[in-house]
Design a protein around this ligand. Structure first.
Ligand SMILES: [Zn+2]
Length: 202
């Protein structure tokens, strides 16, 4: 498997999208120890109760892409697996798309002490945004939302500066949404193809 770099200044917002699109295949490498692990985050549709959850992500307003809340079009279930040996992946746990936590289950092949678990847990923690418990009352006025969103952007940008020197993230040069091989330079930098990234979702 050929791994490639994301663009140098990839934002945490793009990485949040990348891991939730359904076909994320990536490697995390610690620049401190040289240790690296490869993961897959796959998504299956659980049910179609549209609007049951609000998701923070990229939303299109006319020609503009902004960060906003949007009802989730479906409920998804995410599984994380890790490359064990050769081309064999082992099941690690369930990924929570809302709070970016990992849940180990009875079938998990590792425990929370395993370095392969700690690495992905650390990475997903970097991508975490703590949303207000009650979105509707927290954002009664548009200015409230603007203020909160700006705070998140600043927070994520600061976190990125902190980890960027110590953690390198690679992807498998396949679209994180449809799994097709990427060729266009911008798609390679983002880990998502031109058609999939114009989608309405995220
Ligand atoms: Zn695609």
């Amino acid at each position: 498997m050929q791994m490639v770099n994301f663009k140098k200044d990839i934002g945490i917002g793009d990485l949040r999208r990348f891991v939730r699109m359904g076909h994320a295949l990536f490697t995390l490498k610690s620049e401190k120890t040289g240790q690296h692990y490869t993961y897959r985050i796959t998504r299956i549709e659980k049910s179609n109760n549209a609007g049951s959850n609000l998701v923070w992500g990229k939303v299109r307003k006319g020609n503009k892409i902004i960060n906003d809340w949007k009802p989730s079009p479906a409920c998804y279930l995410y599984f994380i697996s890790f490359l064990h040996s050769g081309e064999k992946y082992e099941y690690l746990g369930v990924f929570n798309q809302f709070d970016f936590s990992i849940r180990l289950t009875g079938k998990s092949k590792v425990t929370a002490d395993a370095p392969v678990y700690k690495a992905i847990d650390y990475f997903l923690n970097l991508l975490k945004i703590v949303a207000p418990a009650d979105v509707n009352s927290a954002f009664k006025n548009p200015e409230d939302y603007e203020k909160w969103a700006q705070g998140c952007d600043d927070f994520l940008a600061r976190k990125y500066q902190e980890y960027a020197p110590y953690l390198t993230i690679y992807h498998a040069n396949k679209c994180c949404c449809c799994g097709r091989e990427l060729t266009e330079p911008e798609s390679v930098e983002l880990g998502i193809g031109p058609i999939c990234r114009t989608g309405d979702w995220y």
